[in-house]
Ligand binder design. Structure first.
Ligand code: GDP
Ligand code: MG
Length: 389
């Protein structure tokens, strides 16, 4: 049968971000290749990351690909997302739970709109450590690469990162994937930078268990499985949990990570949780699995929100009290109504206080980050300040 997951190294969640076509997926594949050659990972080819056929076969919407690998000192789960909208949905809402990120910038093209937006979103959701992969370094000249490096450092500084000291590593995902020794070494240097620069985050292991549901699947003969990243606490087979949104209480009958059974899941782990006697259609993405009684869903909250400017892909016109966008909270997508209080208006580029009335009850708490979306684009990024009963 399957080999159990053995926790021998600290586990971190990282991911590639950056503008479309700058080489995120190629680099992800190259990282797995380089580490497979070192014997601490398995090679995952480009096509498997970009199309994730296993998931597609089960008929699940694909918007996030996970690969796992180890360096000498750490175990990583690495996410790569195909499109910009997926970043907003998964990263901003916390589904991807990045402890650090690799910002991929093409040395040929420099920073582009999605580069800037991902940096903004990373800042907003508390990704404190970014390592820059200046990709396609095989194709450009050094002078251009230097200009792009300066530009990226400035962008990071403008968003509150230590742009002057962030590691910037010139790489070629493509050449490393082709086995070129020089560029293989560049990917190793990038991984060393990630190991050294992204600190082990504090894990809330003692807090009551909470897992935002990312996907739901059925394993024939075994039942309903929910997948996602554990936000806090620990979980073991036999534990009781509440599924908020589905309004069911049940028992955990099995736990896996990357296809390996595990005895205990911890905050930060990517897991599949088998739930006893829960019909598949009762649970959806956006629901929350939590220790019973530990979270009370609510509809009203106050928040501090940054309204994206037109330049950042947001609106070009203000919003007023009565505005009804979509709120992406953890993995949930919920409609809601905005009250802007005295001012009654919020202009693009402003940070404002607002009260929100959601269309349905959702687990909320102070400090929780969320995104505001409208017509398929992000128009705001916010943090919950207080929750009303
Ligand atoms: P993504 O959209 O950011 O995931 O980008 P992809 O990984 O799909 O790569 C986009 C294009 O850039 C593809 O045609 C790749 O072959 C090419 N590419 C990716 N990395 C490199 C690189 O290091 N050097 C060169 N010359 N091309 C690259
Ligand atoms: Mg890609």
């Amino acid at each position: 049968s399957k080999t159990a997951y053995v926790r021998t190294k600290p586990h971190l969640n990282i991911g590639t971000m950056g503008h479309v076509d700058h080489g995120k997926t190629t680099l992800t594949a190259a990282i797995t290749k380089v580490l497979a050659e070192r014997g601490t990972g398995s090679f995952v080819p480009f096509d498997r990351i970009d199309r994730a056929p296993e998931e597609a076969a089960r008929g699940i919407t694909i918007n996030i690909a996970h690969v796992e690998y180890e360096t000498d000192t750490r175990h990583y789960a690495h996410v790569d997302m195909p499109g910009h909208a997926d970043y907003v949905k998964n990263m901003v809402t916390g589904a991807a739970q990045l402890d650090g990120a690799i910002l991929v910038v093409s040395a040929l093209d420099g920073i582009m709109p999605q580069t800037a937006e991902h940096v903004l979103l990373a800042r907003q959701v508390g990704v404190d450590h970014i390592v820059v992969a200046l990709n396609k370094a095989d194709a450009g000249d050094e002078e251009l690469a230097e200009l792009v490096e300066l530009e990226v450092r400035e962008l990071l500084t403008a968003h509150g990162y230590p742009g002057g000291s962030v590691p910037v590593v010139r790489v070629s995902g493509l050449k490393a994937l082709e086995g070129d020794p020089r560029w293989t070494a560049s990917v190793e240097a990038l991984l060393d930078a990630v190991d050294a620069y992204v600190p082990m985050p504090e894990r809330y292991l003692d807090a009551p268990f909470l897992l935002p549901v990312e996907n739901v699947l059925t394993i024939t003969g075994r039942g309903t499985v929910v997948t996602g990243a554990v936000e806090r606490g620990t979980l073991s087979p036999g534990d009781r949990v509440a599924v908020l949104g589905a309004d069911v209480d049940t028992v955990v009958t099995g736990l896996e990570t990357f296809g390996k059974p595990m005895q205990q899941a911890q905050a930060g782990d990517n897991v599949a949780v088998l739930l006893r006697g829960v019909p598949r259609d009762a649970v959806r993405r956006g629901h929350v699995v939590a220790a019973p009684g530990s979270v009370v869903p609510a509809r009203r909250f106050s928040a501090r929100v940054y309204v994206l400017s037109g330049r950042e892909g947001g609106r070009s016109t203000p919003v007023f009290t009565g505005y009804r966008p979509q709120f992406y909270i953890r993995t949930a997508d919920v409609g809601g109504r905005v009250d802007l209080g005295q001012a009654g208006v919020a202009r693009p580029g402003e940070t404002v206080e607002m009260t929100v009335e959601l269309g349905r009850k959702t687990p909320l708490e102070p400090g929780l980050g969320f995104a505001i979306r409208e017509g398929g684009r992000t128009v705001g990024a916010g943090t919950v300040v207080s929750v009303s009963a």
